[in-house]
Every structure is written in C-alpha cells, then in structure tokens.
Design a protein around this ligand. Structure first.
Ligand SMILES: Cc1ncc(COP(=O)(O)O)c(C=O)c1O
Length: 422
C-alpha cells in the first residue's frame, strides 16, 4: 500500500481550482490548509440538520448532542487522549490559551517561575508573559541554537528550579520547521514539579500526536491547520482540569469539559473536526498498511489515524528534501532551518528562507503573481525571528507543503523562484 496522491487530491475541491487558466499552488498551508469535501459536507449537514443548542428534548438538539460527542471521540483518537472529558473545544488556539492561562495563573504565587521557549509562536508566549505581569511571576527563556535550529536541552536543566511551575513548548516551529523533543521537555518539567503546556498547532498536521506518550499536562492544536475548519482544541490532564477554576458564567456546566467551553460553541466546526479526523483514518485504512504494525498499541480509528500520520510524514520528508535541495542550489538563498538530509526526521516540511538581494515580501509577491501561494514575514514567530536576526528585515519567505502537494509542484515553485531571483 502506498500513498495514492491522485486519489487524495481528488478529495480536495480547492486543489482543482484555476484562476485565468493558471493552477493554484498551495504552499501557504502552515497558515491554514484546504479541506476535503467530506469536511465541508459534514459542516453543512450539521447546519442543515442539527442546528440547535445542546441538551433539549427534541430531535435537532439530540442530533447536536451527537455531533459534539462524536467530535470529542474523534479528538480522543487523534490525540490518543485517555477520555473525551479532557477534550475542550474553542474558537482557536490563541483564544483558548489566553483563556486557560487565567485559570492556570490562579494556581501560582508571586515569585513563581515559568519557562518560555524562544522558538514558539507568540500564541504560546504572550499569554504567559501577560500572566507573569499580572501575577508577578518570573519568566525564564529557553534559547535555541541559531546554527542548528534546535534546543540544547541541557539548557533546560539550568533553567528549572524548585520555583518552576510551568514549561511552555512547541511541537514544531511555524518558522524554522524544527520538531522539538517534547517528550523529554515534559519529562524534565514533571521531574522538577512543573506543568507542561504544549503548542501542537504546527506538529499536529504532520506528526502523530499522543498526549499520553508525550507525558504533557496540556496540549493545544487548531483543526484548520490539519484539513479541518477554524476550531481550536485543548486537551488537559483530567486531574488538572478538575482542579483549575474555570472562568465561566453561572448557568454553564460546572463539570469538565463544558466548564471551559465559554458560550455557545461552533457545532458545525466540531462536525468538521470529526470529518477531518475521519479523513486521516481513511488514509490510514486504505493507504498506510505498511505503518499499521508500528502502531499496534492503538485500536480501531486511533490506529488508522496514527498510521496515516506516519505514512504522510514519510511522504512529506521527500517533499522537504526536494524543496531544501532546490532552495540551496539558488544563489543568495539561506534556508532558516535544518537542511541536513540525515536530520529531516527532526523537521516538518515547513521551510523558511531569506535571500541576500531581495526582500521576503517581494519574493512572496512574485510567487503570488504566478499563482503560487506562500507567506512572508515573521508569521507571529516574533521570538524566533528575533533570535535569527531577521525580525527587522522582513522576516522570511515561508513555503509550507503538506501531503496533498506533489514533487512536481515543488519543482514549479523552484523554477519560479529561480526566475524571480535571477
Ligand atoms: C505554532 C502556532 N501556534 C499557535 C498558532 C495560533 O493558532 P490559532 O490561529 O488557532 O490561534 C499558530 C498559527 O499560525 C501557530 O502556527
């Protein structure tokens, strides 16, 4: 069984769209992926047939209850979470992090320390910086090596003290593409008596995510980055969620997960999340047979989803290799991330680069004119861009292939870049 790219692409209507006869090339995926037809259908079905609030004595409400509970079950499988009660839905990762940080902060005392990573997107930085300001906490920074684009985790040992209460880390960088050793970070945090908060927004679309294997305390991700709709998902360890005080209105549930789900939720979004997880399961069942044995600790849909992620990761590694090799062969280009072909398993295929003669915005514009979609700038990765010395010079151009992209598309992009940068 191998990845059948043609069949995969046929599930994404957006991939067939052309503008003025020119095919669209989607390399803007780290900012948001396209969705399979099944996701749009599921959302539409929810809006047309299950459009009601929860817990009523009538049919549309019963159906809405089922949409929500199915979506929680889907995320249990996606994250290998111990229970559906630990899956919390919300508007997006940033909003959910800002919200939960208030509850977490109530647990800390002035003078307590939190560790933030210099590689994180601002959504896993500023909520905690603000919390530290409000609760008089001390922020300590975990730097990354700007030559290797990775952490030296012995530096984490130096930062952890008896006062450390929280360690925030990202699964993968949205700028450099580095995959972090989250498991080791979480285990070091736990040994020091601190909680761990993992931003898996950029790892979840590419890497199998298992909250139990990672040993984390909280993990957040966003479905619109993994072929679903705009919807945030937060997993938290049951005993911690039950211990935290939720910021909520009085009539809302006092029990998890509802107590952390502020106001009326996007049930259609949840329906789309369930369909996105089922999309991965479909790949796992029909194309990822070679990866089943390595995932035999999982059952049913959970097995299929995790086998799919491993299968897609292997495919995406080839895309990353072609992209990085091609970029490095263009004069004046610097890849701002891991390039060693032996280390590609430690990065996602999100590749950022700078050029010594042309600004990132001009390059992105040149590509946009050719209907090739990329992002430029710091992409909210303020601390990483600062560390790399590119914050004040327009950041970088970010090319983010995912599994529905082809090697041919990478070659078209590279040819266009050679033209633009000639
Ligand atoms: C690594 C990372 N974390 C967090 C976010 C914020 O996610 P959301 O848009 O769901 O708030 C992003 C968005 O690009 C991201 O790339």
């Amino acid at each position: 069984m191998t990845l059948d790219l043609e069949t995969i692409r046929s599930h994404f209507p957006a991939l067939a769209v052309a503008d003025g006869g020119r095919q669209r090339l989607y390399f803007d995926n780290p900012a948001g992926t396209q969705v399979p037809q099944s996701v749009a259908d599921s959302m539409s079905d929810c809006l047309l047939h299950a459009n009601a609030n929860l817990g009523g004595y009538f049919q549309t409400s019963h159906l809405a209850d089922k949409v929500v509970s199915d979506a929680r079950d889907a995320m249990v499988d996606f994250l290998n979470a111990p229970s559906a009660d630990e899956i919390i839905f919300g508007q997006n990762m940033t909003t959910m992090t800002l919200h939960l940080s208030r509850s977490i902060g109530r647990y800390f005392n002035a003078g307590d320390e939190i560790i933030l990573s210099q590689m994180c997107h601002d959504a896993n930085v500023e909520p905690w910086v603000l919390l530290a300001r409000d609760f008089d906490l001390k922020v300590r920074w975990l730097p990354f090596d700007v030559e290797t684009f990775e952490f030296d985790l012995t530096k984490l040992d130096d930062l952890l003290t008896s006062k450390t209460r929280l360690v925030c880390i990202g699964g993968a960088s949205n700028l450099t593409g580095t995959i972090n050793d989250v498991k080791t970070v979480c285990s070091k945090a736990r040994e020091a008596g601190a909680w761990s908060f993992v931003d898996a927004v950029q790892s979840a679309p590419h890497v199998s995510t298992d909250v139990q294997a990672l040993g984390c305390d909280f993990l957040v991700c966003s479905a619109y980055k993994f072929f679903g709709p705009h919807q945030g998902i937060l997993w938290g360890r049951r005993e911690l969620l039950e211990a935290l005080e939720p910021y909520k209105v009085r009539p809302a549930s006092d029990r998890i997960p509802g107590c952390f789900e502020t106001g009326t939720q996007s049930h259609e979004g949840m329906a789309g999340v369930g369909a996105a997880v089922d999309y991965f399961a479909w790949i796992g069942e029909t194309m990822a047979g070679d990866f089943h044995a390595a995932n035999r600790q999982y059952d049913g849909r959970c097995l299929y989803v995790h086998a799919a992620m491993d299968c897609l990761f292997a495919y995406e590694k080839d895309l990353a290799e072609r992209l990085i090799d091609g970029l490095q062969s263009i004069s004046g280009v610097t890849v701002q991330g891991i390039t060693d072909s032996d280390a590609l398993h430690r990065r996602v295929p999100t590749v950022s680069f700078t050029h010594d003669g042309k600004a990132p915005a001009d390059i992105a514009q040149g590509l946009g004119e050719r209907n090739i979609f990329v992002w430029n700038g710091h992409n909210y990765a303020i601390e990483p861009a600062k560390a790399l010395g590119i914050l004040d010079s327009g950041g970088a151009v970010r090319v983010g292939p995912v599994h529905y992209n082809s090697i041919d598309e990478i070659d078209i992009l590279l040819n266009a870049l050679e033209d633009i940068l000639a």
